[in-house]
Design a protein around this ligand. Structure first.
Ligand SMILES: [Ca+2]
Ligand SMILES: [Ca+2]
Ligand SMILES: [Ca+2]
Length: 245
């Protein structure tokens, strides 16, 4: 008898948990709940500025690539569908020749910088992990430029990649990075410019950061496995074409 009660309670709990993931605002004609599709209201804006270019992965998936590798310096602004904990991985690159670490036909040591802000309040700062994989010219020697580079780990963007031995990123001031106009036209309030220890000589840097819960405290539905949830009935039915999802 007790076992039965416990089982019913457990079933109710499971049912309640499942309902949360289901539709709150979409009810089918027959009164049954259908899956709620994410809408643009569920997304947040991501603003990213890199000197000079970047690739951004969230929860193991590529979500943004800098469309301008070198100059002019640009901001990439995209909509993302967040899910927490949110694992962010970025590969940022200063424009640098692979053999000399210099730019403009090997005449100049270029400097770098990276800043990111999501509309949920996620920002770059020294709590991010950073590691350089390409450094040069060593000792700023532009007469006989030498570089040091390491292979990029294959799974650097994976959620379970072990970055525990990595150092924290270093914060740099706006004056040090000297961002160009597009930076000032976008919202980066509260975010800090970051890089690894040497903003001039470290040319390829990977950043990683985990956001455990929405920094703005707003409750959000996790839509990650939406495609793996079976709805009550297939869309349409009766041989007719279903509505597009
Ligand atoms: Ca760029
Ligand atoms: Ca450089
Ligand atoms: Ca640069």
């Amino acid at each position: 008898m007790n076992t039965l009660r416990i089982s019913i309670a457990a079933l109710l709990l499971i049912g309640a948990a499942f309902t949360v993931a289901l539709s709150q605002d979409e009810t089918a004609k027959n009164g049954q709940q259908k899956l709620r599709k994410p809408s643009m209201a569920d997304t947040i804006k991501a603003n990213v500025y890199a000197d000079n270019t970047f690739e951004l992965y969230i929860n193991g998936e590529l979500v943004a690539v800098d469309s301008i590798r070198f100059i002019p310096h640009n901001v990439i602004s995209v909509d993302i569908l967040p899910a927490y904990p949110m694992n962010i991985a970025v590969m940022a690159k200063d424009n640098a020749d692979s053999k000399t670490g210099m730019e403009y036909a090997n005449t100049n040591i270029g400097d770098a910088g990276f800043i990111l802000k999501f509309a949920d309040g996620t920002v770059t700062n020294a709590s991010w992990k950073a590691r350089s994989f390409f450094h040069g010219p060593i000792d700023r020697d532009t007469k006989n430029p030498q570089v040091r580079s390491e292979p990029i780990p294959e799974n650097w963007f994976a959620v379970d990649f072990d970055d525990s031995s990595w150092k924290n990123a270093k914060e740099y001031s706006e004056q040090e990075v000297d961002p160009k106009q597009p930076y000032f036209e976008n919202d980066f309030d509260g975010a800090k410019f970051i890089w690894s220890d040497d903003i001039a000589l470290d040319n390829t840097v990977i950043f990683r950061h985990r956001v455990d819960s929405p920094p703005d405290g707003k409750a959000r539905i996790d839509f990650r496995n939406l495609n793996n949830v079976v709805p009550d009935s297939p869309p349409g039915g009766g041989g007719k074409k279903g509505k597009k999802r």
